[in-house]
Design a binder for this molecule. Structure first.
Ligand SMILES: Nc1nc2c(ncn2[C@@H]2O[C@H](COP(=O)(O)OP(=O)(O)OP(=O)(O)O)[C@@H](O)[C@H]2O)c(=O)[nH]1
Ligand SMILES: [Mg+2]
Length: 552
């Protein structure tokens, strides 16, 4: 999913977080249904999460603070008997374990990437509590860590305050919780005395609207801290609720089962979304390939047409051809016997090497020019089409960064086109030589010089005169008629037709090959973006996740 398309970043993030959630939650949970319920305490910075966790545990296990945000790396508190569940990398395998007490060390220290494990007898063996970094601070790493922890939770204890309960970010997270079907309890913390009766109904209304109407809400008034700890009475309702859950095997199994099913269903939905994004990438890539193919197919076709319809015979080529044949004088003598004509032409085409070379030179540059112009046109066309899409523009810039300028034909095109025309001319000569080895032509053709005959044949290739106008038609028509008559006299009209067709097809084939290399430059820009991701597998994965959940 490397193309720069709308929604691609989001899909990449979806894919990454889906994989992480499989590792962090789904797989460990499926393997060990009996592992302690993982309760993540999350919420805005300064909402009092660390203070609350300390209050629940009855000891300072996570240092609270006045500087925002305080908690940089998560603290997991568990019962000594539950240590084996958390020492290894069963859950959150990406986070290194650090054993200890309250977070020490400087705030500048790189604190991400690890989780602190704390043991306390006061935590039930069947339930562990994580004090998470905040969800909305300026520290990106905190937000990411909080999201990852919440994704790994069986149960969220979501802490908000009287001042912040209607903020946008907490609700985004809560919506995510609903989508995932995770167990959830709310703590409305640090409520000014007397304000609960006002805020309570409003919060309850918001929860109902968001599909969280049944989530328990614990309201805690702003407390005097005693030795930095919340008084036991303030946290008692929440502790009792958690304690009941911890003690009830069936309630735990039900909570875990619900969260697991919800998470898997959401994974299925995410897989589908990722698959759709991958398909979109494939479609865009296909579209760009089609525009590329169209542009250059048209160029090949245009060149072939230019060659047939006399465009090449214009100007210089025509002038040199006339020079070679001996201009008007020769045309007048057209009426006389073919034998005399033959003699004239023989001396013209075999006796004047300078004119022969000049004609060949003109043919070279005539064909080259057509090829270069039509290629440049195709390049402009493809570039225009690709740039009409953001992803195409990005792709061209990317190629530019690698030193490949796709806005013009390759630097070698001139040189290669020149060689192509020379090779074609050599090919026409070969064609005639092969032909003259046959019975009918041999001696006669050879006596006029294969080279001269080849030139006349080339003119046949270029002369359907459609592209010429006015005087040009008359002259070209006349001159090519000279050529035609001459050739027919030499080779027979069937052979002339066949050889002309072959020579033309050979030129078109060579043009095709020449342009393939130009197409390849564009295709190389697409290559790094070709589908690595298997859409079918993603769709099947989604289907299996869904049927696994519903038991179908
Ligand atoms: N007086 C009083 N102070 C509190 C209460 N709850 C939290 N505090 C103080 O508020 C500040 C923030 O509390 P923390 O527990 O660090 O908040 P947090 O949610 O963990 O914040 P982050 O770790 O930054 O996300 C600390 O100085 C606490 O001592 C309370 O109920 N009463
Ligand atoms: Mg904290």
């Amino acid at each position: 999913m490397s193309l720069d398309l709308p929604g691609a970043d989001e899909a990449r993030e979806q894919a990454a977080s889906a994989v992480r959630q499989l590792d962090d939650y789904v797989l460990p949970r499926l393997r060990d249904v009996d592992a302690p319920v993982l309760t993540v305490v999350g919420g805005s910075t300064g909402a009092g999460k660390s203070t609350l966790v300390n209050g629940l545990v009855g000891d300072e296990v996570s240092r609270p603070g006045v500087l925002r945000p305080t908690t940089r790396s998560p603290v997991l508190v568990h019962h000594p008997d539950a240590a084996s569940w958390f020492d290894g990398d069963r859950i959150l395998p990406g986070l290194a374990r650090v054993r200890g007490g309250s977070t020490e060390g400087s705030r500048d220290e790189a604190t991400t990437g690890h989780i602190e494990l704390v043991t306390r007898e006061t935590v039930p063996a069947t339930l562990a509590v994580i004090d998470a970094p905040d969800i909305d601070s300026v520290v990106d790493a905190n937000r990411a860590a909080a999201a990852q922890l919440l994704d790994a939770a069986d149960l969220w204890v979501f802490v908000t305050t009287a001042a912040r309960y209607a903020d946008a970010v907490p609700w985004e997270f809560l919506r995510r919780a609903v989508a995932r079907g995770v167990g959830i309890a709310l703590v409305l913390n640090r409520v000014p005395p007397g304000a609960a009766s006002e805020i309570g109904p409003h919060l309850a209304e918001m929860l109902r609207t968001e599909g969280l109407g049944t989530a328990p809400v614990f309201t805690i008034e702003e407390q005097e801290l005693v030795d930095g700890l919340l008084p036991r009475s303030a946290v008692e309702p929440l502790r009792a609720w958690l304690g009941t859950l911890a003690a009830d095997k069936r309630a735990r199994a039900e909570l875990v089962g619900r969260t697991l099913a919800g998470t898997i269903a959401e994974l299925a939905a995410r897989s589908d979304r990722v698959a759709a994004a991958v398909e979109y990438q494939g479609a865009m890539l296909g579209w760009m390939e089609d525009r590329l193919g169209d542009g250059f197919d048209r160029a090949v076709w245009n060149i072939a047409t230019d060659v047939r319809d006399g465009t090449v015979m214009r100007g210089e080529v025509l002038a040199r051809w006339q020079e070679l044949l001996g201009t008007g004088e020769l045309l007048r003598q057209l009426q006389s016997t073919i034998g005399r004509l033959r003699d004239r032409v023989t001396s013209a085409v075999t006796g004047r090497p300078r004119n022969t070379e000049r004609f060949q030179g003109a043919v070279n540059s005539g064909v080259e020019m057509v090829v270069l112009e039509r290629t440049a046109q195709a390049v402009d066309e493809v570039v225009g089409q690709w740039r009409s899409q953001g992803a195409g523009g990005a792709l061209m810039r990317e190629a530019g960064d690698r030193g490949i300028d796709l806005t013009r034909p390759s630097a070698e095109l001139d040189e290669r086109a020149a060689r192509m025309v020379r090779d074609w001319q050599a090919g026409v000569l070969d064609l005639l030589r092969r032909e003259s080895r046959g019975k009918q032509l041999s001696a006669r053709v050879l006596s006029y010089g294969v080279n001269g005959v080849a030139l006349v044949l080339m003119v046949g290739v270029f002369s359907q005169t459609g592209g010429l106008t006015g005087a040009e038609v008359a002259i070209a028509g006349g001159t090519s008629a000279v050529g035609q008559k001459l050739l027919e006299a030499l080779l027979g009209d069937q052979a002339v037709r066949r050889l002309t067709t072959e020579a033309r097809a050979d030129l078109e084939r060579r043009v095709g090959q020449l342009l393939e290399a130009e197409v390849a430059r564009f295709a190389a820009a697409l290559d790094p973006h070709r589908q690595q991701d298997d859409v079918g597998r993603l769709r099947r994965l989604a289907e299996r996740l869904r049927t696994g959940v519903t038991g179908r």
